[in-house]
Write a protein that binds this ligand. Structure first.
Ligand code: HEC
Length: 141
């Protein structure tokens, strides 16, 4: 039983923001974790952009900008203190770049797309570093 909890804890730490947490409490590790609104939104943004990346590379038409992304301005965070001035500024720039990606002509889409991904990374550099390698793979070279 403890082994299972330990495995899930490790898996969770690998996939989520908390990769820098050294302490793994095997005894108390809950098997199910409740994801915050922001976590759920972020997972959706990741999947959507992963699909958009291929559409851009293949020169397919893109879906419209998903209005739910605007929830970045108010979704509840696991640690609400992470929503500071810098967060709001980057979130603002991120939404602008993301919108530009979906309205751009096909030859400038990858430019706006990469700008968007770099803004994902800028925000993550200071508050949720775990997913950075995965986000970086979205960049179109
Ligand atoms: C303005 C800051 C900001 C921007 C922009 C941002 N993120 Fe995040 N992201 C966060 C924060 C903060 C969390 C942690 C949320 C929480 O724990 O409540 C997070 C969490 C995540 C997670 C982890 C979810 C999990 O399962 O634990 C992924 C993946 C992610 N973001 C991907 C992205 C991608 C892809 C983009 C761009 C398309 C992006 N983020 C843009 C701040 C940001």
């Amino acid at each position: 039983m403890h082994r299972i909890a330990y495995f899930f804890t490790l898996l969770f730490l690998m996939l989520s923001c908390d990769t820098d947490k050294k302490e793994v409490k095997i005894e108390e590790a809950p098997i199910m974790y409740e994801a915050s609104e922001m976590t759920l939104l972020m997972r959706g943004m990741y999947e959507f952009n992963k699909a958009a990346r291929l559409q851009i590379i293949n020169k397919d038409s893109l879906l419209p900008f998903p209005e739910e992304f605007l929830l970045i301005h108010k979704a509840v965070l696991t640690d609400p203190s992470e929503r500071d001035k810098e967060f709001d500024t980057i979130a603002e720039q991120f939404i602008k770049a993301q919108k530009a990606t979906f309205s751009a002509k096909s030859d400038s889409r990858s430019y706006h797309f990469n700008k968007t991904v770099n803004l994902c990374i800028s925000c993550h550099e200071t508050r949720c570093t775990g997913p950075i390698p995965k986000i970086r793979k979205l960049l179109i070279h």
